[in-house]
Ligand binder design. Structure first.
Ligand SMILES: Cc1ncc(COP(=O)(O)O)c(C=O)c1O
Length: 391
């Protein structure tokens, strides 16, 4: 059930400040924090390995809850410490050779672009980016054209870029990947927890996400989804440990049959329990409810910004989400930020190095980024607008 009063009670800091930086890291529900604290306390009292043995079922629940959230099976899930950690593991499982093509978009996340460029330098892969239409939407026909002419080894698409509110057509691209039998890697870092995510309808082989953003999990958490097809094809990371694999003899080893082969043994189990609790919390509210509230709130926010003198919105595309980027005429960034900080309004600024292609085209070197979530309210939006209009 969606009960905003209860949700805000579960988020104590929402009484003290206005947090519009959920695309950075959101405020955790109290139940999530409590789980982590209790587990850490127990580790201090009886020892790390000993608590782990006691909490086997709670640890296993991570895989079942995460699978439920994204419509997968528990054996398709691996824990990761961040989205980039999951992404690097997925990429490292692909046997790239010189001349192979990675097909991506202009809006894929900066760190992913860095990984592609590193592969370009080290292995000689080619990075090919599909075109956008003038309105910012990705040109899916161009994706198909490139698949047909360049035969990419993998299509790698970020669902929601960090630097603008657009949503990329991941399910349509997934259909093409299935039609042409191409491996498909999706970065769902900004969409997980913000809206329903269904790996079956996206049709991806790998999907990566972080916990700390719209899922409201502790920092240092994330996960990787690996499809049955990719597991059966034998994909496994280049570097791993004796949790992912088994040293069976002097010169031999086996890998885990499940996505656990992408996971390392050492991780903070307190945070594993924390992210599991965050998934339960989101599912109890309902991802459809969360998304409906979020869309309404973001639409209100954009409309109020549009009615504010000097504001230029930079979100493009026909499908927008809860990342809102804008600038205010020639007002210096420091002036805007100090007014927001004085009113305890958490926000962020995206710099050009996070969006080289996008910001180059838009002719900007930074943008303010507000990312409302379902525990925020229209009254909080009104407060932001009041502060901005007073600058
Ligand atoms: C779209 C997208 N992908 C990946 C990441 C990286 O996430 P992490 O810092 O958990 O590796 C971010 C972080 O902002 C992001 O916005």
């Amino acid at each position: 059930m969606f009960d905003i009063n209860q949700i805000r009670k579960d988020t104590p800091a929402s009484q003290q400040l206005i947090h519009f930086n959920n695309a950075g890291a959101s405020l955790n529900p109290s139940v999530v924090i409590q789980k982590v604290k209790d587990y850490l306390d127990l580790e201090a009292q009886i020892g790390g390995y000993e608590v782990e043995r006691l909490h086997q079922n709670d640890i296993k629940a991570f895989y079942t809850e995460m699978a439920r959230l994204i419509h997968a099976e528990p054996h398709n899930i691996a824990f990761a410490t961040s989205c980039t950690d999951a992404y690097a593991r997925a990429l490292s499982s692909m046997p790239f050779k010189s001349g192979d093509v990675i097909l991506t978009s202009d809006d894929d996340y900066a760190s992913n672009q860095l990984c592609f460029l590193s592969l370009q330098n080290r292995v000689g892969v080619r990075v090919v980016r599909a075109k956008n239409f003038d309105n910012g939407d990705m040109d899916v026909a161009d994706v198909e054209r490139i698949i047909k002419t360049e035969h990419p080894s993998v299509v790698a698409i970020t669902h929601i870029p960090t630097s603008s509110g657009k949503m990329q057509p991941v399910a349509e691209i997934g259909q093409l990947c299935r039609q042409y039998d191409v491996w498909y890697l999706v970065d769902a870092c900004q969409s997980i927890g913000q809206m329903p995510i269904d790996v079956q309808s996206i049709g991806c082989d790998f999907l990566t996400a972080t916990g700390r953003k719209f899922l409201r999990a502790p920092r240092g958490t994330g996960f990787l989804f690996v499809s049955d097809k990719a597991l059966e094809a034998g994909f496994s990371p280049l570097y791993f440990d004796n949790h992912s694999g088994n040293w069976t003899g002097k010169d031999s080893y086996t890998m885990q049959a499940s996505a656990l082969r992408f996971e390392l043994y050492e991780r903070s189990l307190a945070t594993v329990l924390g992210i599991t609790e965050a998934v339960r919390y989101a599912c109890a509210i309902g991802l459809d409810n969360i998304w409906a509230y979020n869309q309404d709130l973001a639409q209100y926010f954009r409309q109020e910004l549009q009615n504010t003198e000097g504001v230029t919105l930079y979100d493009e595309g026909s499908q927008l989400c809860n990342i809102i980027t804008f600038r205010m005429g020639h007002k210096p960034l420091e002036v805007i930020q100090s007014a927001l900080n004085a009113a305890r309004i958490n926000h962020s600024v995206t710099m050009k190095k996070m969006a080289q292609i996008d910001f180059d085209r838009k002719g900007i070197d930074w943008a303010l980024r507000f990312s409302p979530h379902y525990y925020n309210t229209k009254e909080e939006v009104d407060k932001v607008i009041e502060v901005l209009r007073a600058i």
